[in-house]
Design a protein around this ligand. Structure first.
Ligand code: ATR
Length: 294
């Protein structure tokens, strides 16, 4: 299928945005961001920068010296970049990782739009998160980012993880900041797991279980799901993970990982440019890419 936006104009006044990562080849951000730049007729360009850990400090300084207006940060720099920034938003500071930087008159400000993007995606479906009871599968970087934003709205969070250490660290971390019910369960504590799921309104999978090529895998047994559960898988490749297929079968409302991907990008774009992007177009770009790379 042809690209939706085959040509773009770059001139001497073009403002540069980008992404730092290593590897960075797989990222969908340049496709999404350049599409909305063109859609809004803005004189910006968004480029990928392969930045190794060794070059991260110099590359961050170069944001200032090259007057790059904003960058996304991806694996493996989300934590280590923080030491090179001038300021970090309050929640990102608690989370301890940053995925978006804005250059405000040479001052580099960090923010984490992953968790914000996930919440926005869920709320865009019409779900009201106030007083809800959520389960997060996984206790890694993504789980942490999402949990710290969720904790600002909901009543109870249960972290379910494979390794006890990571689970307990995240639970303790959340308890330090938020005065809501925060519990931790291990995947093999089946009775506790079932009870927690029975009582939950929302389930978010942040583990990589079910991600391509292991598409037949599901992080949780289908028998543990119930129709009132809203199920969000942040895995977007495949689009309809086994978890989402099982949840559909039970009659749950479901949401794919594409929505978080789009929303984290949309929040960053609006922060950098002051313009609201067309999220439907961003989603179309991602879906087109996933279809072409099956
Ligand atoms: P991310 O930044 O995407 O969150 P991460 O920090 O590496 O990635 O975290 C991955 C999460 O997926 C972890 O919670 C991990 O569980 P462990 O803490 O036990 O390692 C979870 N995960 C990955 N593979 C898994 C598997 N096969 N079964 C269960 N959990 C898994």
């Amino acid at each position: 299928m042809a690209d939706l936006f085959p040509s773009m104009t770059i001139n001497g006044s073009s403002k540069v945005l980008g992404i730092f990562g290593d590897p960075v080849e797989h990222t969908l951000s340049p496709k999404m961001q350049n599409a909305i730049i063109q859609d809004l007729g803005l004189n910006y360009v968004y480029v990928p920068f392969q930045v190794t850990e060794l070059n991260l400090e110099k590359a961050t300084q170069a944001i200032r010296s090259l007057n790059i207006r904003g960058v996304n940060i991806t694996i493996p720099h989300k934590v280590s970049i923080m030491q090179f920034l001038d300021d970090v938003d309050e929640t990102a500071l608690k989370i301890g990782s940053v995925n978006t930087i804005k250059n405000e008159n040479n001052k580099l400000i960090g923010r984490n739009t992953d968790g914000e993007g996930c919440l926005q995606a869920i709320e865009d479906t019409g779900m009201n998160l106030n007083n809800k009871n959520a389960i997060i599968l996984g206790a890694g970087g993504a789980a942490k980012a999402i949990a710290f934003y969720l904790a600002q709205k909901i009543n109870k969070i249960t972290i379910i993880n494979r390794s006890p250490t990571k689970m307990q660290t995240l639970v303790n971390n959340l308890r330090n900041y938020y005065d809501i019910q925060i519990n931790g369960i291990l995947f093999d504590q089946k009775n506790e797991l079932k009870k927690a799921l029975d009582e939950a309104d929302l389930l978010i999978n942040t583990t990589s279980v079910g991600m391509s090529p292991n598409i037949e895998k599901c992080p949780i047994e289908i028998e543990f799901l119930h129709p009132e559960l809203f199920v969000n898988d942040i895995v977007y490749n495949p689009l309809h993970t086994q978890l989402l297929q099982n949840a559909d079968q039970i009659g749950c409302k479901t949401l794919s990982g594409v929505e978080m991907l789009v929303n984290q990008g949309a929040i960053g774009f609006e922060w950098w440019t002051g313009k609201k992007p067309n999220k439907k177009l961003m989603k179309k770009i991602v879906l087109q890419h996933l279809l072409n790379h099956k």
